[in-house]
Design a protein around this ligand. Structure first.
Ligand code: SF4
Ligand code: SF4
Length: 439
């Protein structure tokens, strides 16, 4: 009973802190703008099954992709065992899911094998980060704290797997020594028990209890570290893929405010009637975090900082300042900075800073070729170009700020109806001395 009470208090504290953090992050969504409507659920489920659960994009780099996929699938299987531990901890039962019979044996055996595979994968990840210079993990946005954050999270995952294997090994050896019935199958821990087994049952009871508590406390700790870490994607990557933008890459969404302006010009009478009920004018494009859409913000929270987007960005690989990963990290950092101030002072609050310029420079924004390679490569379907283009839209439409060459093009379009500097009347001058009929 004491164990149950201690467990229940620990769980309550964990959930309390977790939901406090999540509530704070969610509260910032109310400042963001609308994005696309979430429909086409069949298509979304298919995308989620292939991209998130099938890890299809991760496998574009087959070797390291396989290690990552093993960690993801391992988490999914081990999660079932963790849920059982929470129920056992609260109710005082022993392996409550055993009524599942052969299915239970399969889940426990898979969890035991995956614990080893995940541990090996994490050792590979840690070794790459600590001993090898992987270009993808470098960049101006990758500060020392980003590397520390990644290493801490990976170390916790490794400890989680070690404690799980120690718990299973203690359990197997305890049951072997006492002759009691073993519930579930544990292929890896059976081998470990043979290597390290022997001695008094009490020793293995202690090993089991200590590992059980270590494992569950590490889960609780990890859950509360994640929202502050790049590893928040452990929670958010699957929903982020489900909420993917389903339009073809490269298709830019129209701006409602501009559509309304055009309608007003084309048919003022009907457009005015429609415009009356519309929301007041908001900003053209994105200047600051609150101008971004909820999906942009969701993307920024989900970003794993893997750098796959930056590694394929033609602007970045040719030495420009632009890094699509940095754009996502900047939006998250800016919302983290301004979100609490807006909660306190309202959406219109200004701290005289903005996402554009204070975080993302004009040089970065105009370096983008809108090729969409970043969005295509991102393993969790983050879409960077829509945000980059919206920041450019702000610069052009509200500040008339654009590189000189583009301003010339804009003027030509306005005056000549074409990007070139010639009048529309002169358009066919090139053909006037040729013997062709141009009428
Ligand atoms: S945006 Fe996507 S590809 Fe780029 S770092 Fe984040 S998760 Fe990786
Ligand atoms: S769309 Fe822009 S940010 Fe993305 S890869 Fe292409 S140039 Fe880089």
């Amino acid at each position: 009973m004491t164990k149950q009470i201690v467990f229940a208090i620990t769980l309550l504290v964990t959930l309390g802190i977790f939901f406090y953090t999540i509530r704070r992050l969610i509260s910032y969504f109310r400042f963001t703008r609308a994005a696309f409507p979430v429909k086409d659920f069949g298509k979304r489920i298919n995308t989620m099954l292939s991209v998130a659960f099938g890890q299809t994009k991760i496998f574009r780099r087959p070797v390291i992709g396989m290690f990552h996929a093993l960690v993801f699938w391992g988490f999914c299987v081990i999660l079932i065992g963790s849920i059982e531990m929470v129920i056992d901890g609260l109710t005082g039962t022993d392996k409550i899911l055993q009524f599942l019979g052969p299915v239970y044996n399969f889940i426990m055996a898979s969890g035991d094998v995956f614990a080893l595979l995940v541990a090996v994968s994490i050792i590979v990840f840690l070794s790459r980060r600590i001993f090898f210079h992987v270009k993808r993990f470098e960049g101006i946005e990758m500060k020392k704290i980003s590397h520390i954050d990644a290493n801490i999270a990976l170390t916790i995952i490794l400890l989680l797997m070690v404690s799980l294997l120690a718990m299973n090994t203690g359990y197997v050896e305890l049951k072997t020594l006492t002759g009691e019935k073993l519930i579930g199958l544990y292929p890896v821990s059976n081998v470990l028990a043979k290597w390290f087994g022997g001695g008094q049952p009490e020793t293995y009871r202690t090993v089991f209890e200590v590992s059980w508590w270590s494992h569950i406390l590490l889960i609780f700790l990890f859950a509360n570290i994640l929202p502050y870490s790049k590893h928040f994607h452990v929670f958010l990557s699957v929903p982020n893929v489900f909420l993917s933008r389903l339009d073809p890459l490269g298709k830019l969404p129209n701006m409602d405010s501009i559509t309304r302006e055009v309608r007003l010009m084309l048919n003022p009478e009907t457009a005015f009637a429609a415009a009356e009920g519309d929301a007041p004018y908001e900003r053209f494009g994105v200047k600051d975090a609150e101008d971004a859409s909820w999906k942009n913000y969701f993307d920024s929270l989900s970003c794993t900082q893997c750098g796959r987007c930056t590694s394929v960005c033609p602007a970045n690989v040719t030495g420009k300042k632009l890094s699509p990963r940095k754009v996502m990290m900047d939006l998250r950092a800016r919302m983290k900075e301004k979100g609490p101030l807006m909660v306190k002072n309202g959406r219109d609050f200004s701290d005289n800073k903005s996402l554009v310029r204070d975080y993302v420079s004009e040089e970065e924004l105009w370096a983008c070729t809108t090729c969409n390679a970043c969005a295509k490569e991102c393993p969790i379907n983050i879409n960077h170009p829509t945000l980059i283009v919206d920041m450019r839209r702000y610069l052009v439409m509200e500040e008339a700020s654009a590189p000189g060459e583009l301003k010339t093009v804009f003027n030509n379009i306005e005056n000549n109806g074409a990007p070139w500097q010639y009048s529309a009347d002169d358009r066919l001058d090139w053909a006037k001395d040729l013997e062709i009929n141009i009428n």
